[in-house]
Design a protein around this ligand. Structure first.
Ligand code: NAP
Length: 286
């Protein structure tokens, strides 16, 4: 049966990965929207913070599924621009959820490990208590809550340390290594590097179900940013010297959770598994 899937923020890392994965399914028609420059790939401008425009657009096109990949993802900038962060990360999902509800569509809201405070010493499951420490984390949590309140058919999918086509940690490391004989990388924050392609594959399976609720979706395993960097250079055969440092030695405007490993408990219950992070990284780099 033909299905129409609306992707917002489709020019971002996850939006592009979803296009790659969902375009393999012949019954799916993808509607790509984003802000800024329009292209053949993304010919429609839709600002998710504009409630009227979102409602009108969704009521006209009547998608079966809305996947919200749009977000204010610049974690440090969110600290100094709280109003914009709240509009995009909280009110945007609210507008989309209300519109999804109006046309009886399923909605996927992508969220983050930064909804947790990172003070745990074991991986967080979907039932664990949230306690964001940054503007980014608290606005994303508000977005989750709006989606839960406004659209019954919701999947809230928390991911972490995402990389795909676009600006990401891997590209930053490779570019730093080109210009410097030695680089310093934080070695006391733990998480899981997650390939946007792997996440898109999980979303593609999840939207075929009616098992609504909260999900964690990260690759398997644990690493620090330093270990992530070392693995990037090992795979690419780069001999740059990587020096481990502490968070204190690399202060940033936004506070990051020290431990934000997520356990994909609910995805695994549905038989949806994501690759170990090293394997997914290898796939991305080659
Ligand atoms: N990246 C990570 O490490 C990470 C980690 C955990 C969770 N997540 C979550 O995963 C999701 C996808 O992240 P991503 O890395 O793919 O993000 P991304 O690459 O930053 O893409 C987000 C897209 O949304 C667009 N956008 C911003 N404001 C918008 C608005 N008002 N209306 C419509 N589009 C708008 C952006 O346009 P501009 O570029 O022009 O602003 C961009 O094209 C997000 O929900 C994010 O919070 C990401």
């Amino acid at each position: 049966m033909e299905r129409r899937i609306l992707i917002t923020g489709s020019k971002g890392q996850l939006g592009r990965a979803l296009n790659q994965v969902l375009s393999e399914k012949s019954e799916i028609t993808i509607i790509n929207t984003d802000m800024g420059e329009l292209t053949a790939y993304c010919p429609i401008s839709l600002d998710i913070t504009n409630a009227v425009a979102v409602m009108n657009f969704v009521q006209d096109l009547k998608p079966d599924v809305i996947i919200n990949c749009a977000a204010h993802t610049a974690v440090d900038l969110c600290e100094s621009d709280q109003e914009r962060a709240y509009k995009i990360n909280a009110l945007g999902p609210k507008n989309l959820a209300a519109a999804a509800h109006a046309v009886d569509a399923k909605m996927v809201q992508v969220s983050t490990d930064y909804v947790f405070d990172g003070e745990s010493d074991k991986p967080y499951t979907e039932e664990d208590t949230t306690n964001p420490k940054s503007v980014y984390g608290s606005t994303k949590l508000a977005g989750e809550q709006f989606v839960q309140e406004n659209c019954k058919k919701h999947f809230i999918l928390r991911t972490a340390w995402l990389y795909g086509e676009g600006k990401n940690f891997i590209k930053t490391m490779l570019s730093l290594a080109e210009k410097n004989p030695e680089i310093r990388v934080v070695n006391d924050q733990y998480g899981t590097p997650t390939s946007a392609l792997e996440l898109a594959r999980a979303i593609s399976k999840l939207i075929d179900t009616e098992s609504y609720g909260i999900y964690h979706g990260t690759c398997e395993g644990i690493a620090t940013w330093y270990e992530f960097a070392v693995e990037i250079f090992r795979i690419t055969g780069n001999t740059v010297k990587v020096n481990p440092i502490t968070t204190e030695e690399y202060p940033t405007p936004a506070s990051r959770p020290m431990f934000s490993v997520l356990e994909n408990k609910n995805l695994k219950r549905l038989g949806i598994y994501m690759k170990p992070w090293e394997e997914a990284l290898q796939e991305y780099l080659f």
